[in-house]
Design a protein around this ligand. Structure first.
Ligand code: NDP
Length: 287
């Protein structure tokens, strides 16, 4: 009895040791972080800086990016620089990747995190808005991945895709946003399959986030959501841990994302009901 028991303990110890994150894993790594002027992306940049990575950040607002770069250097980044521009333009997405090639000489991790502005409310039928949001939240992710792939293959690096519970299950009031996040799952989960078939050693981590306390999200949803937002700095660190450990999916926080999703295949109606019950809904007309 003792020998199989010890074997089990040893196997468990080996598995946990293999699966332990250490900040040194990201020391000296060359990383692009998109949408890093505010919110979760900004916090990802600060964690990377503390871990001693080379960081290239991007967003539209130059003044904010300058401040984030300055802070990253204070926190100990091996190097920090920015490129400003809009991800509505696929050429800009490709330009950011070229900048990593020129200034960092390669790339170990591509963190795709930016998100375009959308509305919080019933779907208003504006097809052009859906198209524009797909360009920012989806097509630019595809364009950056395509451009970065040769460098990532060489470094056996990682792609990190920041998505949402709204990209795994239908959510009311964010229809265009949800559509773009579902598209990311389809593209990157399929690409991961092709990497496996072709023995391409580039990991893809899809991050499924719940409600996080960034200014944009709190402004949009704090009044109507019944739950408290989780802290963005902790969320950012969990994303980096999942990325460094080359996880296929990361759920933050687990209790409000992974656990409810377990219902999806066996009790979809119940899950839909639970999602709706998170909102303080206005009374139906005539009620
Ligand atoms: P923020 O709104 O705080 O940050 C968004 C970032 O994207 C900013 O740096 C913004 O900078 C940049 N950005 C916006 N539009 C463009 C554009 N057209 N081109 C280039 N950059 C742009 O978002 P969060 O930190 O809240 O969200 C980060 C990620 O986490 C997103 O992918 C989001 O979907 C996901 N997420 C967030 C949740 C939350 O509750 N906060 C929940 C679930 C998922 P600038 O304006 O300077 O361009």
């Amino acid at each position: 009895i003792l020998i199989p028991f010890l074997g089990l303990v040893l196997a468990f110890w080996f598995y946990s040791a293999r699966d332990t994150f250490k900040p040194e894993m990201l020391r000296g790594k060359r990383v692009i972080v998109t949408g890093a002027s505010t919110g979760i992306g900004e916090q990802i940049a600060y964690h990377l800086a503390r871990m001693g990575s080379h960081i290239l950040i991007t967003a539209r607002t130059e003044a904010k990016l300058q401040n984030v770069v300055r802070r990253c250097l204070e926190l100990g980044a091996a190097s920090a620089r920015f490129v400003s521009g809009t991800m509505e333009d696929t050429a800009f997405a490709q330009h950011v990747v070229r900048e990593a090639q020129t200034s960092l000489g390669g790339l170990d991790m591509l963190i795709l995190n930016h998100v375009g502005a959308s509305y919080f409310g019933f779907f208003d039928g504006d097809v052009e808005h859906v198209r524009k949001l797909l360009e920012i939240n989806f097509l630019s992710y595809v364009a950056m991945t395509t451009s970065a792939l040769p460098m990532l293959k060489e470094s056996e690096g990682s792609i990190v895709v920041v998505s949402s519970m709204a990209g795994k299950v239908g959510f009311p009031f964010t229809v265009p946003y949800s559509a773009t996040k579902f598209a990311l799952d389809g593209f990157f989960s399929s690409l991961r399959q092709e990497f496996a078939i072709q023995s391409i050693n580039v990991s893809i981590t899809l991050c499924i986030l719940g409600f996080i306390d960034t200014e944009r999200a709190v402004r949009a949803a704090a009044e109507v959501l019944r739950e408290r937002p989780a802290p963005r700095d902790e969320c950012a660190l969990e994303i980096l841990k999942g990325a460094a450990l080359r996880r296929r999916e990361l759920y933050y926080r687990y209790s409000s994302t992974r656990l409810p999703l377990l219902l999806r295949d066996c009790a979809a109606e119940l899950l839909d009901y639970l999602v709706r019950s998170r909102y303080r809904l206005p009374a139906a007309p005539g009620a």
